[in-house]
Design a protein around this ligand. Structure first.
Ligand code: HEM
Ligand SMILES: *[C@@H]1O[C@H](CO)[C@@H](O)[C@H](O)[C@H]1NC(C)=O
Ligand SMILES: *[C@@H]1O[C@H](CO)[C@@H](O)[C@H](O)[C@H]1NC(C)=O
Ligand SMILES: *[C@@H]1O[C@H](CO)[C@@H](O)[C@H](O)[C@H]1NC(C)=O
Length: 251
């Protein structure tokens, strides 16, 4: 009784895989046959290379496999212009590294740190809002059916995590603003709080305390408001009066 049902389910599953492949193949044939480039048109790297402006063609560049028509940016991307390096290829990595002189280019970004990933995300947003997408590049980020590759999905996930991390860091910074710090060879270091220390403008100044960030064994100096002074992640500086706005710390 269970067996035929199971087989039927399995058949359905296999069929649905085939159907989605057939669907994508069909889309691809449509795309390749259409010489009108749309957001889902699929480029080979050879074809994209012809859009570098050397033969009077339009200027296209690819970032994370998304191909944009940057012809209107002729003064940046045209032959001999400062960012000509980027056209006719996917040089995603170079938006972060800033090296445009090299004849070699790389499109891999999996080893970037969180701030670099956020910077990459800003470039993605910039191109999306400034230029028209004319296709996708088959390669590291899109497969021959125009689907995101596992690599692309991983990078997207990392970008999302980096944005989340930044958001929570900013929230944390607003709640626990950094102290002002000065150093003197004789007196040692002094930490103190004002209502704009750490670049966080606020109505309160707070008291300088050792603040242990979540999961961290080290502390930083934070200005602690009245409402947060009882938290377990906060310690007073030894030798500094509880009410003092300023503490000398031994180093
Ligand atoms: C990682 C380093 C950098 C990258 C990847 C980068 C990339 C770019 C790109 C792609 C554009 C063209 C944007 C568009 O299509 O409108 C641009 C414009 C520009 N870049 Fe950079 N750039 C970098 C560093 C710099 C630095 C250090 C300076 C300053 C010395 C600079 C100055 C400019 C200026 C002034 C423009 C705008 C020009 C205009 O609108 O006429 N860039 N940059
Ligand atoms: C690319 O941009 C240029 C300049 O704006 C425009 O003339 C051309 O039609 C665009 N091509 C596509 C495929 O969008
Ligand atoms: C947020 O803060 C943590 C700990 O200080 C740091 O490791 C992480 O890189 C920060 N995130 C971003 C996006 O800067
Ligand atoms: C910060 O403090 C200064 C002087 O103590 C005061 O004039 C100013 O209004 C305060 N700023 C805010 C945002 O409360």
């Amino acid at each position: 009784m269970l067996k035929p049902l199971f087989l039927l389910g399995l058949l359905g599953l296999i069929l649905s895989f085939y159907l989605s492949d057939i669907y994508y193949s069909f889309q691809r044939i449509l795309n390749l046959n259409s010489n009108k480039q749309g957001p889902n048109y699929l480029f080979t790297s050879e074809e994209l290379a012809t859009f570098d402006g050397t033969n009077g063609m339009f200027l296209y560049l690819s970032i994370m496999g998304q191909v944009y028509n940057v012809t209107d940016g002729l003064k940046h991307y045209g032959v001999g212009e400062p960012y000509h390096f980027f056209v006719g290829k996917d040089a995603t990595r170079h938006f972060i590294t800033g090296d445009f002189e090299n004849e070699y280019s790389r499109d891999d970004v999996d080893d970037l740190d969180q701030n670099q990933l956020r910077s990459l995300n800003n470039w993605l947003k910039f191109y999306k809002s400034t230029y028209k997408r004319v296709g996708k590049l088959m390669g590291r980020y899109f497969d021959e059916f125009g689907r995101l590759t596992p690599y692309a999905r991983e990078i997207k996930k990392l970008i999302k995590e980096a944005e989340k991390s930044e958001e929570s860091n900013q929230t944390d910074k607003r709640k626990f603003p950094p102290c002002n710090i000065e150093w003197d060879a004789v007196k040692g270091s002094r930490v103190w709080c004002t209502n704009k220390s750490g670049g966080i403008e606020r109505t309160w100044a707070g008291k300088p305390r050792q603040y242990y960030e979540a999961g961290s064994k080290s502390f930083r100096c934070a200005c602690i408001s009245e409402e947060n002074k009882g938290l377990g992640t906060i310690k007073e500086y030894s030798g500094c009066d509880s009410d003092s706005d300023s503490c000398f710390i031994k180093t």
